[in-house]
Design a protein around this ligand. Sequence first.
Ligand code: GLN
Ligand code: ZN
Length: 756
Amino acid sequence: MTTSVIGYPRVGKLRELKFVIESYFKGDKNQTELLGLAKTLRAEHWQQQAENKIAYISSNDFSFYDAVLDTANLLNIIPKRYQQLALSELDQYFAMARGYQGPKGDVHALAMKKWFNTNYHYLVPEFEATTEIKLVGTKPFDEYQEAKALGIETKPVIIGPLTFLKLAKLPTGQTYQNYQTAIVAAYQEIIAKFAQLGTKWIQIDEPILATDLTKQDIQFFEQIYQAILSTKGSVNILLQTYFGDIRDCYPNVTALAFDGIGIDFVEGKKSLSLLEQYGFPNDKILFAGVINGKNIWRNNYAKTLPLLTQIKNQTNKLVINTSCSLLHVPYTLQSETKLTIAQKAYFTFAQEKLQELIELSQLTKEQDPTLHRAYKTNQTLFTRQREGTNLKIRQKVAALSEQDFFRLPEFNQREKIQKQTLNLPILPTTTIGSFPQTNDVRLNRAKFKKGEISLAQYTSFNKQKIAQCIKLQEEIGLDVLVHGEFERNDMVEYFGESLNGFVFTEKAWVQSYGTRCVKPPIIWGDVSRSKPITVEYSQYAQSLSSKPVKGMLTGPVTILNWSFPREDISYKESAFQIGLAIGDEVLDLEAAGIHIIQIDEAALKEKLPLRKTDWHSEYLDWAIPAFRLVHSKVKPETQIHTHMCYSEFTDIIKEIDKMDADVISFEASRSNLEIIDVLKQNNFQTEVGPGVYDIHSPRVPSVEEINQTITKLLNKIDKQKLWVNPDCGLKTRGEIEVTASLINLVKATKNIRSEL
Ligand code: GLN
Ligand code: ZN
């Protein structure tokens, strides 16, 4: 059996790409330097895979920002507002990604959304009435040739037409059918171009097939691919699916003239049974995704080898594949100097997964693989008891009962009580928590981590920043303040570091969006809290102001979802363990005189199954209770906030209400406030702060703009329930723009208040 990789991480071993792009944004690096580094990285990544004898190596998996945005550019989906800026091609691309504010104009970015069930975010292609799909770009061809020049034959990766159209925002009144002819022609042309270049395989990604599809979707899929495949000539087409099984369309997909089909056997719970039920056509190659592209635990060969045998019973044309792009795991374990050898033995990152692929492929060739050293070494990990077990915590979780998940009195009564005790003005203004993480903040943390300054010095610096931050917020005139989160590098890592049961990496970065990367902790063992985590800074911040300062925590679902989860116990059990720990912190904050506590669930939807039928049974039935567990024991006067971002919540709005928070803030500005109608339709109880401007882009919103947004919100939301805030934390932004934006936010709110 040979091996294949769906895609490789792009940012580089030490996030080189991120740094050069950001320098380019600042004007410190020019386009030549940027393009040069990108080329070096691509070469390195291809060579690594070639050295590991991967038979099917991807190209065009590289991106300066996002592959969906690349596809939009490739296919001429460029809204007029960007074209009018008359920027260079590269700068126009970045304007679409992050908005543009400068001498040539002022335009906002494309909307950004979560990429299926990952923590990666893509930019939403935006069609206008006059948009014409046609092949205008050359990136996939250039990169294919670039690899070829290095002596490496690659399989270019293209996002498939159905996935692309279904993720795009089409003009009102248009459906994907309107684009059928044009998109078929464009993909035919892409394939024809590759044929000219002598390309052997093209990988077309259709992750949308792992989601709920309508009959119409399937029919459209069949029609466009029949047409595309009818002219494919000598090029082999691999239809690649991932993030789950393709239960809605397995027979339809296998009946089409693809040369290879990529199926996910890690997340695809039904993949094997589909294969066994319908068989697999013997004229095609099955690319079997058995190496988890989303998690860092070493593959258990005692499970995977029998699985491969079962698959082999259905077809012997088999390639061993990753389950999805390795974009979602860090680059290499080699950069980790602090993990113990014993810990490292359990993990594989992208580079190590290449070795796993090879090892598995070799083992499948053996008569009795269990006699082999690679197999035996692998099995020592899975047969011995791992450190990190805490029986007390396990018992606590087992003993939880109904009342641990219910807060009393109920919401309506609490709302009245809190209006009296907190005595906030109408349309209270606040922020989501973090303030700019300026260089001095990062330097202070870095020095402390290296042992160059004492804990006292470190803390005193942070307190100085907190004091400045409180003063700034008072001057701006915000109503509910925050301490600014200067002690936090990341909302999950910070809590992970303070809880038992997590291990940390130094360089294990994973791309979240554009140049933003996250370094998820690894849930290694049972989770518990030994002492208060946030109380000292929160209490200090509150002591500086007569206005309420929000305590700021991360919720259990987000901590779980933004960590690499365990594979040896259930998500539910992990989430409840974390919920108990954060719940103790909530009570400590309350006891310390903090009246408003925000428990962020930014990643609430991250592990929501892609198919609706699995939502409750596999996810919401434990995720929502995990949140409730955290705040069920607070006093009625204590106001619980939560915050969510990036994804669309319209479809789980009822469940969000059932989290039973008192106030929720969320991202809305990028998706055009569509969610507001849904709140109204569902008679949403929780008070809401839909973000009134987009913090993911560096532009400063005007008073007028915010004014309009608030007015729009007031049309749909009871003024007694509306809060005014940005759509997310401010840590990635600069101080000057943040101050200017918040001044405008408060001005706009005051204008409107005076009219109410
Ligand atoms: N409180 C966090 C912050 O402001 C929330 C971050 C997030 O939602 N991603 O940074
Ligand atoms: Zn957010």
